[in-house]
Design a protein around this ligand. Structure first.
Ligand code: V47
Length: 466
C-alpha cells in the first residue's frame, strides 16, 4: 500500500465538499480560481499572478490547504535523515551561495572514505532511513570518487543491517560528473547524463534531491549563477533519472533577483515535466490530450523566451478531483517522477547578494501555497524546516505543505539566524511540532512509504507492508 493510500485511511477530517464558494469577505477576484480548485482544474500562470497580487493571502492559503487535505488528509510526513556534504570546494561562484569555498582556501574541505564510513555508521546507529549527500563542483576529484562514495555509504549501512536510502547529487553535480568522466557531449548530452546516472545507480544511488534548480530563467541565471547548468539541462537530468526509474525532487530558490512571474514560469515548467513523467509511467490518472489553454504558456503573459516548450499537445495530469471518488494515486508503485516541490527562501547572509532583504514570512507562506496550487500533479510539498524554521513550518502545514523533511543533524549550505553546521531536531520535537499544528505525524522513507519502527529501541525499521 502506498503512503498516499495510508494517508487516505487515517484521514480524520474529510474535506467539507459543501463549501464550494469562498467566504463572503474574500477577495472576489479569487472566486473563479477557487471554483477551478474545487473542480480540480489546472491554474494558469495568469491565475498564479492573481494569487500573488491579491491582498487576501489567507484565502490563497485556505485554497492550498484544501488541496493538501484532499491529497493527504491530516497526515504530515517526516523522516529520520542525515545530510552529508562531501566537499564544499566548488568551481562555480554563485552569488546567492555562502557554502562554496575555493580549493585550498580557508574552511575548504573534502571528505575521505573513513569520514563517510563514520558518518554512515552514526546515521545507522540513530535509525536514519536516508542519507542526503551533495557537494560543490570539485575541480579535481576523479569520477571514481563519486561511485565509491555511494558504495561506501551503502556497504557501511548494509553491514549494519540497514537499507539506508541514498539520495544524492543535484542535477548540476550529475552534469559535472559527466564532464569529469569525459562523457558529456553538447551534441548528445542525454547519453552522458544517462551513463553517469546508471553508474551511480549500480553503486547504490536511490534517488536525486531537488537542488540546483534555483529559478528557471536565463536572465536570473546569467546574473546570479552563471556557469551553472540552465533549466533545459536540469530538466534533462531529471528526465533521464525518471527514465531509469529513479524518483527525484525539485526546488525553487526564490526571493533574490527573480520576479514573481519567473517563479510561476518555473513552477509551470516543472508541472509540464511531471506531466510527461507520469504519462511515460502510464499513470492511471492521466487524461491524454487535454489541451492546455495558450494562456498557460509564459509567452502570453510577457515572457518572450518561454512558450511552454511543447505547446498545446502536452497531456495534463491532475492527482484527484474534488467531489469525484478517484482512488488515491499510487504514485510510488514504480519510480520515475517528481515526488515533492521544496520552495527555498533566499537567505542573503554571507552571500554576494547580502544587500538584498530576502523574502518576508508572508511571502514565504504565499509562495508555498501557490506552489501547492500550481503543481497539481506533484504529490508532496515540503516545508524544509531548516530554511523555514519550525514555527513557520507549522503555519505552512495549514497553507499547503504536507512534509517537514527530517532530523538532518549536519547542514552546511545555509545557516539561518546564526545557526552552526549542527542543525538537528529530535523525532520527538518533529512529532510534537506536527501534532501541535493539528496534524498527524507519519514517518516516511525517502520514497514516501510509511515506516514502522521496533517499539523497543526505535532504531530498527522497515517499510510498512500493509
Ligand atoms: O540548490 C543555496 C539552495 C539548495 C542558499 O531534495 C540557498 O529533499 C537559500 O536542494 N538561501 C540545496 N537557499 C538544498 C536542497 C534541498 C534541501 C532539502 C531537501 C531537499 C530534497 C533538497 O539550497 C541549493 C540552493 O538552491 N541555497 N544557497 C541561500 N543562501
Amino acid at each position: 500500500m502506498s503512503i498516499l493510500e495510508v494517508s487516505a485511511t487515517i484521514r480524520t477530517a474529510p474535506d467539507d465538499r459543501s463549501d464550494t464558494e469562498l467566504p463572503s469577505g474574500a477577495d472576489p477576484t479569487l472566486r473563479p480560481l477557487f471554483a477551478k480548485v474545487v473542480r480540480g482544474e489546472r491554474l494558469t500562470i495568469e491565475d498564479g499572478l492573481t494569487l500573488y497580487s491579491t491582498p487576501d493571502l489567507w484565502s490563497v492559503c485556505a485554497m492550498a490547504d484544501r488541496v493538501r487535505r484532499r491529497l493527504h488528509g491530516l497526515a504530515t510526513y517526516y523522516n529520520i535523515n542525515r545530510h552529508l556534504n562531501y566537499s564544499n570546494v566548488c568551481a562555480l561562484s554563485c552569488k546567492f551561495c555562502e557554502f562554496y569555498r575555493k580549493e585550498g582556501g580557508e574552511g575548504a574541505y573534502t571528505r575521505d572514505m573513513a569520514y563517510v564510513r563514520d558518518e554512515t555508521a552514526r546515521a545507522v546507529e540513530a535509525g536514519a532511513t536516508e542519507m542526503h549527500c551533495v557537494g560543490g563542483l570539485h575541480p579535481k576529484l576523479p569520477f571514481e570518487y563519486y561511485p565509491e562514495l555511494i558504495r561506501t555509504i551503502r556497504a557501511t549501512a548494509t553491514s549494519r543491517g540497514s537499507d539506508l536510502h541514498i539520495k544524492a547529487f543535484t542535477a548540476v553535480e550529475i552534469v559535472h560528473l559527466a564532464r569529469v568522466a569525459r562523457v558529456f557531449k553538447q551534441s548528445d548530452r542525454v547519453a552522458g547524463i544517462r551513463w553517469v546516472l546508471e553508474q551511480l545507480r549500480e553503486s547504490g544511488l536511490g534517488s536525486l534531491p531537488g537542488g540546483g534548480a534555483e529559478v528557471f530563467d536565463d536572465r536570473v541565471h546569467d546574473e546570479a549563477y552563471k556557469g551553472k547548468i540552465r533549466s533545459d539541462v536540469w530538466l534533462d537530468v531529471h528526465r533521464v533519472a525518471h527514465d531509469i526509474g529513479l524518483n527525484t525532487n525539485a526546488t525553487m530558490l526564490y526571493g533574490h533577483i527573480e520576479s514573481r512571474h519567473d517563479r510561476l514560469v518555473h513552477l509551470d515548467m516543472l508541472r509540464r515535466a511531471q506531466d510527461r513523467a507520469l504519462v511515460r509511467l502510464g499513470y492511471e490518472g492521466v487524461e491524454p490530450n487535454r489541451a492546455e489553454p495558450r494562456a498557460d504558456t509564459g509567452a502570453e503573459v510577457g515572457h518572450p523566451g518561454y512558450a511552454g516548450d511543447e505547446g498545446n499537445d502536452v497531456p495534463t495530469v491532475t492527482l484527484t478531483r474534488e467531489g469525484v471518488a478517484l482512488p488515491a494515486p499510487r504514485m510510488n508503485k514504480r519510480g520515475g517522477y517528481y515526488q515533492t516541490i521544496i520552495p527555498l527562501p533566499f537567505f542573503p547572509d554571507g552571500s554576494e547578494l547580502e544587500h538584498l532583504p530576502g523574502p518576508t514570512g508572508l511571502e514565504n507562506l504565499r509562495t508555498l501555497a501557490i506552489a501547492r496550487l500550481m503543481l497539481d500533479n506533484f504529490p508532496h510539498v515540503k516545508a524544509f524546516w531548516i530554511m523555514q524554521t519550525l514555527p513557520m513550518a507549522q503555519l505552512m502545514l495549514h497553507c499547503g505543505a504536507d512534509d517537514l523533511d527530517g532530523t538532518v543533524v549536519w547542514y552546511d549550505i545555509t545557516k539561518v539566524g546564526g545557526a552552526s553546521t549542527h542543525q538537528e531536531v529530535s523525532v520527538r520535537t518533529l512529532k510534537k511540532t506536527i501534532r501541535d499544528a493539528g496534524f498527524i505525524p507519519v514517518e516516511r522513507d525517502t520514497l514516501y512509504r510509511r515506516i514502522e519502527r521496533d517499539a523497543r529501541d526505535g532504531k530498527a525499521w522497515r517499510v510498512a507492508t500493509e
